[in-house]
Write a protein that binds this ligand. Structure first.
Ligand code: GRF
Length: 216
């Protein structure tokens, strides 16, 4: 069977992108990375993608008069390559409502908190400041509302008394690198179905409530 083609959008480091590229190397992985697109020409992840032989495209957002015209060009680049799933991975552009509308139920994002807690930026510091004992990461479908689409899966980690934002971020990131490839696999295998805010995961025991946890 033909593999699902995934397009990854990045703006920076690209460690989640690298985890997806690595997972897709396995012959039995049901998805391939068809393109990595960045709005930032200097994004470190672009070099990782090129080294891995994945086609890269830079679409500098500053060259566009508004968000939607940028989004439409990104979308055309994805469609040109037959992409069936868009994975946002540290993509730091707020999109126009057009983009998630166009890619409805075919666009996912990873966020380093247990949504709906701590949307937005500097979320590890937000978690520490709030005094929560557990944080983690969330993979969700993307809608026009920032960090609030239907949740597909979450992974939890402890927040320890001597954590700073970097230490907590690193602990969460290890789980992000496990969770994102798993969710993309589920999508490619056709296991995900969305009805309003709920996502069902077919054929995975307790899939909808999957919970990872890590040692400190
Ligand atoms: C990750 O923490 C991800 O959850 C968030 O942005 C960060 C991107 O890191 N959306 P990387 O570029 O994948 O290393």
């Amino acid at each position: 069977m033909a593999k699902l083609k995934v397009g990854i959008l990045i703006s920076g480091r690209g460690s989640n992108m690298a985890a997806l590229i690595e997972a897709a190397r396995a012959p039995d992985y049901p998805a391939e990375i068809a393109a990595v697109i960045s709005n930032v020409a200097s994004a470190a992840g672009l070099e990782l993608a090129r080294d891995a032989g994945v086609p890269t495209v830079v679409v500098p957002h500053k060259e566009f008069p508004d968000r939607e015209s940028f989004d439409r060009v990104v979308s055309a680049e994805l469609e040109k390559r037959g992409v069936g799933l868009v994975a946002l991975a540290g993509f730091m552009r707020i999109q126009s409502p057009w983009f998630p509308g166009h890619w409805k139920d075919r666009i996912v994002n990873i966020h380093p908190s247990l949504l709906p807690a701590f949307p937005g930026l500097r979320v590890q510091q937000q978690a520490i400041d709030a005094g929560v004992r557990i944080s983690g990461c969330t993979v969700h479908f993307v809608t026009a509302d920032l960090d609030s689409g239907p949740i597909i899966a979450q992974a939890a980690v402890p927040v320890l008394p001597d954590d700073d934002a970097d230490r907590l971020a690193a602990r969460i990131l290890r789980q992000e690198h496990r969770l994102y490839p798993l969710v993309v696999r589920w999508f490619a295998e056709g296991r995900l179905s969305v009805s309003s805010a709920q996502v069902a995961v077919a054929g995975v025991p307790n899939g909808a409530t999957l919970l990872f946890s890590s040692d400190p």
